[in-house]
Design a protein around this ligand. Structure first.
Ligand SMILES: [Zn+2]
Length: 498
């Protein structure tokens, strides 16, 4: 068989595996948006059946044989080599973990979630600690099965961000921490404060229409996607079927608007992946840091800018004349860009959010190196919180127990959020250098240049490059926190008069 026909059969197969995965995503979306309360067990059975079929396809020995042939083939193009490399990662993950381990880990994940939910409600970290210690052990075993012995935390990071390591993140975060802590202190000490409750009583229907207008204007294609309501906003799906969700609160219209813009940023990335290559490395995203850079860029650099609001403010006032009558333009802009240190990560603004991530990364590193015992986590959390945010949680519910991630063993995920913020700022300044009048485009409701640039340099690249290489290629520089610090200082320094 010629290399070409092996490659064709191989890519057809991995695209099938990916299609099965997208069906699972759709079931997951439906579960969070539409599922009747009595159908939870049936849905779990459907998901388990599909997961079995997907795993069988992903671990098929033919795939292993094709990979061996293609890996030995010197004539592959760079693109084909990228596809083979990614398929090898997936194949090893599907075949190197013993079935008993996968099952035990799934059961542990579900146990962990319930143990966490109970512990959080009762403020009982001690009751959760044994489960968390087991999660840590499962994560370390998984890394060793896949050949990452001695670098277990790097494995956890690589799962979400191929090519990224704890050492690289530690260097970037140390620099960011040095510059960000004083900025947050200065903003907290500023006398400029948004007026609490300035925006109240925004009917849901009006909010829905406004956020749809805004996200469509940014470039989310509603012919290839939709938006619905769920408890926590998310984005799922890819290519020509991308699903966004949001939630509505009448007295917090900016919450639904900005979470929708954030998810639409993820969605526009997925809509921009090359359709012909969906399921191979050329048609999937480059990792969670790059994904998060896309959602953050639209949410923060673009949608919190003066330029964008020159266009949107009149539209908001026309849609909600009574609710906005007593709110000045400056008050509105300050509400959009409110910064205030909080104990809770998910409530944090775009400045302090990064400190929440640094805190979690530093603790995860110490957990994996053995330098911190699970039992000592609450105390370590309080110390870091004081040092980074200047706030000490009064109890563990608003401290170490606040996040769901560790309950099912999702270590190494948090750093992606902050790496995404760094990359977003770096992409933003590159775009501005190429087109200094970007905010004037925004004021006219024109976001096409920016989306076109991202499509060409980020979206259509798929997973050819990891986050660090993509950053070099697009911006001509190594990934660095200095752009994020510059952006936050420029925007918030002026606003908070510091
Ligand atoms: Zn996101």
């Amino acid at each position: 068989m010629s290399t070409e026909s092996v490659y064709a059969e191989f890519t057809a197969w991995i695209k099938q595996v990916h299609l099965l995965g997208t069906v699972g995503e759709l079931l997951g979306w439906d579960e969070q948006v539409n599922l009747p309360p009595g159908a939870a067990e049936q849905r779990a059975a459907q998901q388990a059946a599909l997961a079995g079929a997907t795993h069988a396809a992903a671990s098929d020995p033919r795939l292993g044989a094709w990979l061996k042939v293609l890996e030995a083939e010197a004539t592959l193009t760079a693109d084909q080599r990228a596809v083979v490399r990614q398929a090898r990662r997936d194949y090893d993950r599907a075949t190197k973990l013993p079935a008993e381990f996968v099952q035990a880990k799934a059961a542990q994940g579900s146990r962990g979630y319930h143990a966490w939910a109970r512990a959080k409600a009762a403020n009982d970290f001690a009751g959760y600690a044994p489960v968390l210690a087991q999660n840590l052990e499962f994560a370390q075993r998984e890394a060793r099965y896949l050949g990452w012995g001695g670098r277990e935390y790097d494995y956890m990071i690589d799962r979400h961000d191929p090519g990224m390591t704890a050492a690289v993140i530690a260097r970037l975060f140390a620099e960011l921490r040095r510059d960000l802590v004083p900025l947050v202190r200065a903003i907290a000490a500023s006398r400029v404060r948004p007026r609490p409750g300035a925006l109240r009583g925004f009917p849901v229907e009006g909010q829905r229409a406004f956020l749809r207008e805004v996200t469509a204007q940014l470039g989310f294609d509603y012919a290839r996607g939709r938006i619905d309501v769920s408890l926590h906003p998310f984005c799922t799906g890819t290519g020509s079927d991308v699903r966004l969700t949001t939630r509505f609160k009448e007295d917090e219209p900016l919450d639904s608007l900005f979470s929708s813009i954030h998810e639409a940023g993820h969605g526009m990335y997925e809509q921009g992946l090359p359709a012909a290559h969906l399921g191979t490395a050329l048609g999937i995203h480059a990792g969670m840091a790059v994904h998060e850079s896309q959602s953050r860029l639209w949410e923060n650099q673009v949608a919190r800018s003066r330029g964008a609001w020159r266009g949107w403010e009149p539209r908001l006032r026309a849609a909600f004349p009574a609710q906005t009558a007593g709110v000045s333009s400056d008050e509105l802009y300050l509400a959009i860009n409110e910064v205030s240190p909080t104990l809770i990560r998910v409530d944090a603004d775009e400045v302090t959010y990064n400190l929440h991530i640094i805190l979690r990364f530093e603790l995860e590193q110490r957990l994996f190196s053995g330098g911190l015992a699970v039992a000592d986590l609450p105390g370590a959390w309080r110390e870091s919180s004081q040092a980074l945010l200047g706030l000490v949680p009064p109890d563990d519910r608003v401290g170490v127990l606040q996040d769901v991630h560790w309950s099912d063993g999702s270590f190494g995920y948090f750093p992606s959020y902050c790496l995404g913020n760094m990359l977003a700022a770096q992409l933003w300044y590159r775009a501005l250098a190429l087109r200094p009048a970007l905010e004037e485009d925004f004021a006219r409701g024109d976001f096409t240049w920016l989306l076109g640039w991202l499509r060409e340099h980020v979206h259509t690249q798929g997973r050819r490059h990891d986050a660090l290489e993509l950053c070099r290629q697009v911006t001509g520089e190594e990934l660095s926190p200095k752009h994020l610090v510059r952006y936050l200082t420029e925007r918030y320094g002026k606003l908070y008069r510091i």
